[in-house]
Ligand binder design. Sequence first.
Ligand SMILES: Nc1ncnc2c1ncn2[C@@H]1O[C@H](COP(=O)(O)OP(=O)(O)OP(=O)(O)O)[C@@H](O)[C@H]1O
Ligand SMILES: [Mg+2]
Length: 359
Amino acid sequence: MKVDVHGLTLKYGDAVAVSDLDLAVNEGESLVLLGQSGCGKTSTMRCIAGLETPASAVITIGDQTVFDSGRGINRAPNKRNVGMVFQSYAIWPHMTVFENVAFPLKMKGRKKAEINEAVHETLELVGLDHLAERGASLLSGGQMQRVALARSLAMQPSVLLLDEPLSNLDARLRHRLRMELRELQLRLKLTSLYVTHDQDEALALADRIALMQAGRIVQIGEPHEIYANPKSASIAEFLGVDNVIPVTPEDTTCVQLTATGQKLSVEPYEAAETLRLCVRAEDVLLAAGGTGDVNALPGTIVSFAFQGSTVAYRVRVGDGLELDAVQMKSAGPLFGMNDAVTVSLPARAMRVLPAEVAA
Ligand SMILES: Nc1ncnc2c1ncn2[C@@H]1O[C@H](COP(=O)(O)OP(=O)(O)OP(=O)(O)O)[C@@H](O)[C@H]1O
Ligand SMILES: [Mg+2]
């Protein structure tokens, strides 16, 4: 069901963890809340679940208002019909897999036959039906997290809240469970809010990403939109853009590298007090000799690292300015330490952005 959060402010003592935040998760949508550690993601989720009491907010789930500071409404967590999966597995080790998933249904007073069917159905969904009778403490981390997921799904929650559920798992398993989760999400058309600070996970799992900084949402959009058009340099940097460089405006299609005074042609950009040039390492081109390109700068290789099919270089292009460049091994000559190179920066691959955006 649709979730609507309006004007959410949460304080811990005097410290503001979430600040006048608006957020809507559409029915059947996977919305990912992405942001740095401490920006307020878990706090936002706990407010939706009813585990924290906001200073102010109106929160609705489906057509039910679960919190309204103005009207004094505050429904108990178990009356909100939300499912939750956390980073820590939070399953009961003394129970079997079956009992773990059945427990919340028993608490709700469901009939035995009904519970039986629901538990086996959800265990099958997460690929654990064959382990139903095993003690939960005898599972791997990935299996425990599947149990936690099954337990939430069995309740048929209006919304599924997932707070970094994969971050305790090793990289391979994390990747596999991520794909499985996405498949379940799409197949069951779950309404879910997924919290992470991992941009790859966010890009893979989201219908839309809401980017959070300092208790506010600063940008919201589909993964490919956010990836291609971050609104600020700090968002770009968080999304893994390798080169974020201070620049000074010349005119609407030209900027000066602040560190070296060199001029670059760029696509039209919006004026702002503090500007940064943002360019991904894979868009920085290196050549052995002159290229005749418009934005060509002389540079020197200061370090390099093999990464399988690509090589990562760090290139000094002037006093106090180094750029990251990544080249396909097949794309040209390999360079070594102190080699002189020509660095080309194609205008279409660069964005001139304000350092920060106000929420
Ligand atoms: N129980 C608490 N008491 C006081 N301050 C808290 C409490 N819980 C969180 N905070 C503070 O509120 C802010 C937001 O915390 P929150 O846990 O929501 O961040 P987060 O985005 O989930 O971070 P992470 O990615 O590290 O989990 C932080 O500055 C944190 O220190
Ligand atoms: Mg958190």
